[in-house]
Design a protein around this ligand. Structure first.
Ligand code: EPU
Length: 338
């Protein structure tokens, strides 16, 4: 375990915001961090945050408290069933390293979630999703340390209350737990999900697609549209795709026949926020070093590399206002402000 004081977080958030945390604790064993916390209870009286790769977070100020950073990286096959395998993965493992491992070991299901930045623990918190798949569909259970009750708890998939980029870890259990490991239930036989428009277009008439080809296609599609945070600071989609009811949806469709959307159910429609921002003419729009990405308008980038979190918040409010003016729909950030 390593403990740093006055630690610069620039390399620990993909927006590359230069802020300082009072304390930064990196640990590679869950037992170590639990023991440490049990003998340093006072630490939790201050603010604290569990930070993975910092790929979905926007620091708006210096962090006055302690950051816990898991560097736990185990993958253990717990159970082989006829059609499935149960795998326990440490919270600190890089998500895409895990996806690559599944395909190398002939365990399937996560292909569409290739190359999503972040850690395995964060994937559960955020219920990451892309190209028609969500992590929650493959999660069997999540084990965490409850800082309030000082106990290790395991929640079943149902108890995790996974929703669109949401889980119980962002609601009732927020600021209360440290995720230790996530158990996945994967397929032993490929069942590929190639229905999403970008994937269909990529393969054209080709039908005999294998899991590695699907993973490579997703990697190529993402690389073409989404900026690499190693090159330009960003946190993927900045806003969630807003969900509207049928009355609102019908009136929008009348006014904007080219509206892009997904049907959630009979009364709910999810609108493509990237398309809405694009429709406002904001693709590539730049102000004070912050910009709307020129290939995917849902992504906000730290173009000069020197902007503050506050600059990005201001910029995002400008985007929200422009979208509201045109569509009378309010975009909500997907990125978490700290
Ligand atoms: N579109 C535009 N202009 C744009 C951006 C998008 O016209 O500038 C249109 C696209 O052509 C498409 C529709 O809007 O018809 C939706 O765009 P896209 O397929 O790129 O997906 P998205 O809804 O913008 C979501 C996720 C992404 C995920 C992609 C692919 C959210 C908030 N975002 O984006 O997730 O990679 O689908 O599955 O749900 C993330 O969460 O950080 C993220 C990148």
């Amino acid at each position: 375990m390593k403990i740093f004081e006055n630690y610069c977080l620039k390399e620990n958030n993909t927006f590359k915001i230069r802020v300082v945390a009072d304390r930064f604790i990196e640990y590679d064993s869950d037992d170590d961090i639990i023991q440490f916390l049990q003998s340093n209870e006072k630490l939790l009286e201050d603010k604290f945050l569990v930070l993975g790769e910092g790929s979905n977070i926007l620091f708006t100020d210096n962090f006055k408290g302690t950051i816990f950073h898991p560097a736990t990286k185990k993958i253990e096959v717990e159970q082989e069933l006829d059609n499935n395998v149960i795998v326990r993965v440490s919270a600190g493992l890089i998500w895409d390293d895990f996806v690559a491992w599944t395909i190398n070991n002939n365990y399937y299901g996560l292909e569409n979630l290739s190359l999503i930045p972040g850690t395995v623990g964060a994937a559960a918190v955020q219920n990451i999703g892309a190209y028609g798949s969500e992590a929650g569909n493959f999660i069997d259970s999540v084990t965490y340390y409850d800082l309030r009750d000082k106990s290790v708890v395991t929640l079943s998939c149902k108890e995790c209350e996974f929703g669109y980029r949401c889980s119980i870890f962002k609601t009732a259990l927020k600021n209360r737990i440290i995720i230790m490991s996530v158990k996945f239930c994967l397929n032993k036989f490929p069942a590929l999900n190639t229905d999403y428009a970008d994937i269909k277009n990529f393969f054209g008439t080709k039908t005999d697609i294998n899991p590695l080809e699907l993973r490579n296609a997703v990697i190529q599609i993402r690389n073409n549209k989404l900026p690499d945070p190693k090159i330009i600071g960003n946190a993927g989609s900045f806003f969630k795709n807003p969900v509207v009811n049928k009355v609102k949806f019908d009136s929008l469709l009348l006014e904007f026949p080219d509206l892009r959307y997904y049907i959630v159910n009979d009364n709910n429609y999810k609108l493509a926020a990237g398309w809405m921002i694009d429709k406002c003419g904001l693709k590539g729009f730049e102000k004070n070093g912050v910009a709307v990405h020129e290939k995917q308008a849902l992504v906000i980038v730290n173009k000069t590399g020197n902007v503050s979190g506050h600059d990005i918040v201001k910029f995002s409010e400008y985007i929200q206002n422009k979208v509201f003016e045109l569509f009378k729909v309010r975009l909500e950030p997907e990125v978490i402000f700290v």
